[in-house]
Design a protein around this ligand. Structure first.
Ligand code: GUN
Ligand code: FE
Length: 419
């Protein structure tokens, strides 16, 4: 990486969910991979730095996918005529079983990583499978490609098929081995990943809570996606008042940075547990439609000040392209708004914020071009879509709705070009 560099183009980003900031023919100065500032004219102080001139192309923050199953990329778009529990047993567990074979895993994960990057996702929170060796392969592939990621070895010690079921002790031990091997890297690090409460014993949840605290690691899991699942959790953990309480009780909700995917059917008590703690909820609109799970009440969650990001949730979702997930989030919010006009639909700026700075905040200063932020950026060529007469915001909007990965001309992470 060069110490200092300048990026010139049509710059657009969302410092707040309230709206876009844009600079036509502006300059982003990047020092040591971090944004120093965005300017209409290049200040003389920075004369002499190398300039990457992208002309009339759009420069926007890279996308942040807060919930994606790398293994399930293999089955994107297949077998979605079911709800969550039958889909897990009929489709997803059998596929994940194949990741016991490291060669299969290497092939499947390579394709996943390439497509993720091609689609412009430069940071992701990723589930592998229960298998230690193939999870290690995923760590290595991501590190070699230079994007940012949290990677979780999935933990499951009950209520899953025998070929995926771990013993509690082995599950904890292998998780800790991976933590010791992969913690401390600047871009790709471990995250504690109990698949969800129903496939976890009390001992496993306790052990994972201890590991999260011992290594100060973030946690990711699924919460309240499907009504049958919520009922099942009540039966399995009768002494705990709610689904969110299960994670909370074992130190897996808000003790360290926490991601909870779906979060559709939450009670008032659960919202209170979440709203004042280090929990990001992940809106996965495509998966929620595909498995008939429900519609996340995103507007109400935002109004309460709860942090929200977006997830492709491949393979319950079918689209790795986060720009399409943004569109789906808007569309779903409109369906809710038709049913209840008091609920305002999500705006383009709000969902763009969720897919960049909002989700990026889970990684630190990521997802914006404000001073001190990682320069994670996409250069989008939208000439073929006819740019004349449109504002930068309109051009971005058109890319989100109708653009293609092939229009992403360059990708940078921390100032390094990675594609
Ligand atoms: N809940 C538990 N496991 C999964 C999974 O793999 N996908 C989704 N969408 N929900 C889950
Ligand atoms: Fe998921």
């Amino acid at each position: 990486m060069t110490e200092g560099q300048v990026f010139k183009g049509d710059i657009i980003f969302t410092p707040t969910p309230q709206g876009f900031v844009s600079f036509r023919g502006g300059y982003i100065v990047v020092l040591h991979g971090k944004v120093e500032g965005v300017y209409k004219e290049l200040p003389p102080l920075f004369d002499g730095l190398p300039v990457h001139d992208f002309g009339r192309r759009l420069i926007l923050p890279g996308f942040v996918d807060l919930h994606v199953h790398a293994s399930q990329f293999y089955q994107s778009g297949v077998g979605l005529d079911q709800e969550l529990i039958p889909w897990l047993h009929g489709r997803t567990f059998p596929l994940e079983g194949r990741f016991a074979d490291p060669e299969f895993a290497r092939e499947a994960y390579s394709r996943f990583v390439e497509e993720l990057i091609r689609q412009g996702t430069l940071r992701a929170c990723i589930y592998a499978t229960v298998h230690k060796e193939s999870t290690a392969i995923l760590f290595e592939l991501l590190r070699a490609r230079g994007i940012g990621a949290f990677v979780g070895k999935v933990n499951m010690d009950c209520h899953c098929p025998p070929y995926l079921q771990e013993t509690t002790a082995a599950s904890l031990q292998e998780t800790e081995e991976l933590i010791m091997r992969y913690n401390g890297h600047p871009l790709v690090t471990p995250i504690i990943t109990p698949r969800f409460a129903p496939t976890s014993s009390v001992e496993l949840l306790e052990g994972l809570g201890r590991l999260a605290q011992k290594y100060n690691l973030p946690v990711q899991s699924h919460l309240s996606e499907n009504k049958e699942e919520v009922e099942w959790v009540k039966e399995l953990f009768p002494s705990l008042p709610t689904y969110a309480d299960v994670y909370y009780h074992f130190g897996l909700l808000g003790r360290t940075l926490t991601l909870m995917a779906h979060a559709i059917h939450l009670s008032e008590r659960e919202l209170e547990l979440i709203e004042n703690s280090a929990v990001w909820l992940v809106h996965c609109p495509e998966a929620n439609i595909n498995l008939s799970s429900g519609i996340m009440p995103a507007r109400e969650l935002l109004d309460r000040g709860i942090r929200l990001g977006l997830g492709s949730d491949i393979g319950a979702g079918h689209n790795l392209a986060l720009y399409r997930v943004m569109v789906r989030a808007i569309q779903l919010s409109k369906l809710r708004s038709i049913e209840d006009p008091r609920i305002k639909p999500l705006t383009t700026a709000e969902v763009f914020y969720m897919g960049t700075k909002g989700g990026g905040s889970f990684f630190g200063r990521v997802g914006s071009f404000e001073q001190g932020y990682s320069f994670d950026a996409l250069v989008v060529e939208d000439e073929p879509l006819i740019t004349a007469g449109f504002s930068l915001e309109e051009r971005l909007q058109r890319f989100l709705y109708t653009g293609e990965a092939g229009q992403i001309a360059a990708r940078f992470v921390e100032g390094n070009r990675i594609g």
